[in-house]
Design a binder for this molecule. Sequence first.
Ligand code: N01
Length: 539
Amino acid sequence: MSALQSLAGNSHAATTATYDVVVVGAGFAGMYMLHRLRGQGLSARVYEQGSGVGGTWYWNRYPGARCDVESMQYSYSFSDELQQQWDWSERYAPQPEILKYANHVADRFNLRSDIQFNTRVDQAVFDERENTWSVTTSDGKTVTAKYVVLATGCLSNARMPDIKGLENFKGNVYHTGHWPHEAVDFTGQRVGVIGTGSSGIQSVPVIAEQASHLTVFQRTANFSIPARNAPLTEQERQAFRARYPEIRRIAREEMKNGIFQEVPDRGALDDGGNERRAKYEARWSRGGLTFMGVYNNLALDKAANDTAADFVRGKIAEIVSDPQTAKLLQPNNHPIGSKRICIDSDYFATFNRPNVTLIDIKSNPIEEILPNAVRTASGDYEVGTLVLATGFDAMTGSVAKIDIRGRNGQTLNEKWAEGPKTYLGLMSVGFPNLFIITGPGSPSVLSNMIVSIEQHVDWITDCIAYMRDRGFGAMEAKQDAEDRWVAHVNEVAHTTLYPQANSWYMGANIPGKPQIFMPYIGGVGVYRTSPPRAMRDLR
Ligand code: N01
């Protein structure tokens, strides 16, 4: 090996700086992490692949993108001035407004000076003698840090589908999770959308308004509830702000999903048919994620779940004029909620438009992409532009892209080959001083992400302070603690209906990915009581 090659392959070469902490990613997790570390007087460097802050809201700029948690709750709680002063304009903020908020936070807390944009972290290698990490970035530099925090996001590794001929397509191809910064105008175009998860369901109604013709290629029909989005009035904002301390506390400590809402005290089968239908109608009219909160056993009992699923299937049949299209749009292969429920604005009604066609690619699979068409088993559908709403390598995809080497040179990818193994979704044995924010094994994607992000950032900050106070060099969970936690996450998941769906929660959307239920389903309130055990597991 030449000297040059050996230098290039040696992550310890040419160390350019030393920090207390390297943070990977400048989304909501990375930004708040940086803010807290600075508050402790620690030096930190954040590396961000994009050219700006905002993470998921930086990348997902597709038409119709908006939050599915109400904006007054999908926002930071760590600064009372911030939450009292920021004005959300709508019940569910659109993507540009959430990105504006992220930029406002970066400016308000003067974060940018410690964030290096347009820079990927390629490798992180643990030095067992020094108890430090060597972190190599895409600009060819290597820095050293005592701690590394992965704030890489759960849904940030957009997945290009493996469809024959895609590279031969002559028109523009857009992935919803990697949307261009400049506006995309579909006016007068024949557009094809592949994928009908949240991203497809949000973008289809908006694209349909512009396109001359829109063909939606659906492999799995999804349950979706109307958002009933609307402008927020000043009175609504004020009412929320006046109760913020109480609302935030309840969301953190008492709710399963970190969203303040009524807690159901009955199961679906405890009510008679008329009463149940009236309750579903009320939630359908109110709109949003709280539809699933009407009863306390929808995620647990298939018969109870069927009542909600039947109600939504009935609504689809009422909305969609063509009975055959309605039937195709009615989900029939998974319990409602076992795939992430979608929140839409006029999705089902869009199929009544004369310029929209639904193609069922479950019974009639896509065979090939031609230069100007999508070929299925039953025929070719002409399209000039393709939108891929095909999702993400969720929860582990962005971590797996980094070559992370812990004790004895073991890589995290080797350790996670059969599925992610963590203690509390925060750390993985063999990788000391490496923290994951909202990692697999924590409530993360099953919760209001900002609630879970703030909890993990606060915990990591306290943990680092604890270690520094006591002069500890390194920490990691004990093997038996991790084993017990992995078993517990799995056991709790299997008491619910969630594993019955081929969802990205299970890794089922990525060919070859181990099928393990990744997030912790016990709820954020219960989970919050667990972390002190990690401290006992210090060594
Ligand atoms: O991705 P998805 P997403 N050929 O994986 C289909 C969050 N989010 O970007 O189900 C044909 O859900 C796939 O079909 P199937 C939210 O947590 C939040 O929509 O695998 N089709 C599916 O229909 C969400 O759950 C918000 O059979 C293919 C679709 O593509 C998560 O992100 C907004 C295919 C992928 O759906 C992911 O949502 C948006 C192929 N080769 C996203 N490969 C809000 O806050 C995949 N599909 C509102």
